[in-house]
Design a protein around this ligand. Structure first.
Ligand code: PLP
Length: 443
């Protein structure tokens, strides 16, 4: 069924349908159900968009009421009640308690729109075209964002896509060496070949890049260097913001204050919306200078306002901490049990990755997990990491269940590895040996 309609009509570009080859019909909380009634526990959560679960009940209620009352659905960037209420909630729940004097820009609906707006604003503010990004960075696929994205799989020489961008080593890229020293040296040395950039852009935990966790010390050091050289610091919190690492913004525990913050994915609870938070003095835009039709998704505004209620107290943060501990403990057990297959465990809060020494095993584990009713994906330069992104609101029981399925799927793949590969030789001279390749050694 999937193959017939999808393969016939959808472009070859299709991606996740290949990883999750079924037709989904309904979803609630941490679960999705396909059209045959098979249930799947979701450890992928729309690539970090469903932090509060599928069809979050509070959001559902608010949206139904809003639609029932003919609330404005599309509003360009006109003022609507939904927008005003969201801005008030952002101010009251996010900005004021953190002493953040930031302004809000609603960009186009998807994450890459926020990144495009951020780098354009930085370039305009500083009147410099260059941007520094990091190895294994992932910032989206429109051409400005793609230039910042490391993985060569997404690039083609014809896109001319690395213009005005340099990539420097992210934290950990050179083992224990503090790579911020290189950033400092390159910026200080006017003969390094690196033009003075308008901004440095980073993810505090690289999600698509393989769950690479920047230390707080490194983040602070990069911030200091940016200040010293009059360079703006942009944090792309699209995947690991919205509570994914435990605090609403992923950089909070590091104590840094980015000039521009990119927010998207889970902010609208699954409805498309992206925004920038910018320090007041960075707001150098002229009216309507960076515009777009879909900057007024009022349904997403309603959803986002409801979801911000989770951040009035620290209940969810505590739950993330406890679920994160459970994930880490389980993954470390798996690492020690399968230490010749798995090479590392990394993460923070509720984003974790387990790395495989043979990259192809990570994909095999994900395929096996899906057969067993668990949705989980890979990340990293060679797709060598199995990435865990369950909804933040998942129950402990469901989380334990999913971790058990993951453990069993890894065990099954390791077992399969031990078997000699079965490959049949073609008929030769009328004989069909029909023996596994391995047995030819003694033939
Ligand atoms: C850190 C980060 N930035 C930007 C993006 C791009 O967002 P979108 O796919 O919504 O354009 C992503 C998507 O995964 C991301 O993880």
């Amino acid at each position: 069924m999937v193959q017939q309609t999808i393969n016939r009509l959808e472009s070859n570009i299709r991606g996740y349908v290949r990883s999750f080859p079924t037709v989904f019909k309904s979803a609630s909380g941490a679960w999705q159900v396909d059209q045959d009634g098979k249930k799947f526990l979701d450890f992928f959560a729309g690539a970090g968009t469903l932090n509060y679960g599928h069809n979050n009940q509070a959001v559902k209620k608010a949206l139904l009421a809003y639609i029932e009352n003919d609330g404005v659905m599309h509003g360009l960037d006109t003022a609507t009640v939904a927008k005003v209420e969201l801005l008030d909630a952002i101010d009251e729940i996010l900005l004021q308690p953190r002493n953040m004097d930031y302004k809000v820009q609603f960009t186009g609906p998807t994450g890459t729109n926020a990144v495009e707006a951020a780098i354009k604003l930085a370039r305009k503010s500083k009147q410099r075209s260059h941007i520094v990004a990091f190895t294994n960075a992932y910032h989206g696929h429109s051409l400005g964002s793609l230039a910042l994205t490391g993985n060569q799989y997404y690039h083609d020489i014809s896109y001319g896509s690395h213009n005005n961008v340099s990539h420097l080593p992210f934290d950990g890229y050179l083992g224990d060496l503090d790579t911020s020293i290189l950033l400092e040296k390159m910026l200080a040395d006017r003969s390094s070949g690196l033009p003075l950039p308008a901004a440095v852009i980073l993810e505090t935990v690289q999600g698509e890049g393989g769950i690479n966790v920047a230390s707080f010390q490194w983040l602070r050091s990069v911030e200091r260097i940016c200040r010293r050289h009059d360079v703006l610091l942009i944090v792309d919190d699209i995947q690991v913001g919205n509570g994914r690492t435990g605090s609403f913004f992923s950089f909070e525990p590091a104590g840094i204050e980015p000039d521009i913050i990119c927010v998207s994915k889970a902010f609208g609870g699954g409805l498309p919306m992206s925004l920038l938070l910018m320090r007041r003095e960075c707001d150098t835009w002229n009216p309507g200078e960076h515009t777009g039709t879909f900057r007024g998704n009022n349904l997403a505004f309603v959803a986002a306002r409801v979801l911000l209620e989770y951040w009035r107290d620290n209940e969810l943060s505590l739950q993330i901490q406890s679920s994160g501990n459970l994930i880490e403990q389980t993954l470390r057990q798996i690492l020690s049990q399968f230490n010749s297959t798995c090479s590392d465990v990394r993460g923070r809060g509720m984003i974790w990755g387990i790395e495989f020494s043979k990259p192809e095993l990570a994909s095999q584990v994900c395929r096996k997990a899906f057969e067993n009713g668990l949705m989980i994906e890979t990340s990293g330069a060679c797709d060598q990491v199995v990435k865990l992104l369950p909804p933040l609101t998942i129950s402990t029981e469901d989380l334990r269940y999913g971790l058990t399925v993951l453990n069993d799927s890894i065990a099954a793949v390791v077992e399969e590895q031990k078997k000699p590969p079965v490959s049949f030789v073609p008929e030769m001279d009328g004989l069909n040996f029909g023996l596994p390749v391995g047995s030819f050694a003694s033939f």
